[in-house]
Design a protein around this ligand. Structure first.
Ligand code: COD
Ligand code: ATP
Length: 204
């Protein structure tokens, strides 16, 4: 199974591009979603999270308190490292298993990883990388209109991620997301055709 990694900074449009791939019938495995699953009540990561961060890291229902954790790790590099040390190996294992279980007749699948180049771990799973990129002010505007995060909080998260320039340099391909949501389908359709050809699965 060929695996295409999709990455990008916060609010760059990773999920929007992934949704367009899903509309073309491509499976998307999203590491943010795997992290959510792993931090539900009684899920695999919770015992280690409580042991490291204490009771304030969990809600009354036993799931991760995401607001507390977000505020904690993005202002505290060692806390971020501790959380990643717990979650990344578990996310990796789940992603590898899901890839293994993909039907072999599929041309390729997508693995969405915000920290693809920062962690390097997930690079082992992919054959090709795509960075979604837009101007920083668009990232901030879009995240602000989607969530309750302030500009200061968004900038704090961005500061922990790789710069756009560096990420775009590492990626095999950069897809720009400065246009409208409607532009995304056409870009994804073109990239899909290229990937089918690249992986030599176009039926003649
Ligand atoms: C800190 C948490 C609880 C905040 O949850 P919240 O629901 O507010 O955000 P969500 O999960 O939707 O993430 C939104 C975006 O934040 C950024 N982000 C998430 N984790 C990280 C991280 N460790 N470092 C830098 N940026 C990150 C990404 O751009 C991501 O797309 C959550 O992001 C988390 O569990 N992060 C650790 C897991 C991780 O490293 N995920 C990335 C997999 S490579
Ligand atoms: N081209 C666009 N025009 C207008 N809005 C957009 C565009 N692309 C994405 N958005 C909106 O911006 C927000 C962020 O996009 P999206 O969730 O796809 O980014 P992301 O990279 O997955 O974000 P995160 O890093 O926070 O997970 C969403 O509300 C989405 O609908």
């Amino acid at each position: 199974m060929h695996v295409v990694g999709i990455t990008g900074g916060i609010g760059s449009g990773k999920s929007s591009f992934c949704h367009a791939f899903v509309r073309l019938g491509i499976t998307v495995i999203d590491t943010d979603q795997l992290a959510h699953q792993l931090t539900q009540a009684s899920s695999a990561a919770m015992p280690a999270i409580v042991a490291e961060f204490g009771k304030s890291a969990i809600q009354a229902d036993g799931a991760l308190n995401r607001t507390w954790m977000r505020q904690h790790i993005f202002s505290n590099p060692s806390g971020k490292q501790t959380l990643e040390k717990i979650l990344h190996p578990l996310i990796y294992k789940m992603a590898a298993e899901l890839i293994k279980n993909e039907p072999p007749e599929q041309a390729y699948c997508i693995l969405a990883v915000p920290l693809l180049f920062e962690t390097q771990l997930f690079l082992r799973l992919i054959d090709y990388s795509i960075a979604i990129d837009c101007e920083e002010h668009l990232q901030i505007e879009r995240v602000k209109s989607r969530s309750h995060l302030s500009e200061t909080e968004i900038r704090q998260i961005m500061a922990t991620q790789m710069s756009r320039e560096q990420r775009n340099q590492y990626a095999d391909e950069v897809l720009r997301n400065d246009g409208t949501l409607q532009d995304i389908d056409a870009k994804v359709s073109q990239t899909h055709d290229f990937l089918l050809q690249k992986f030599k699965l176009i039926k003649q």
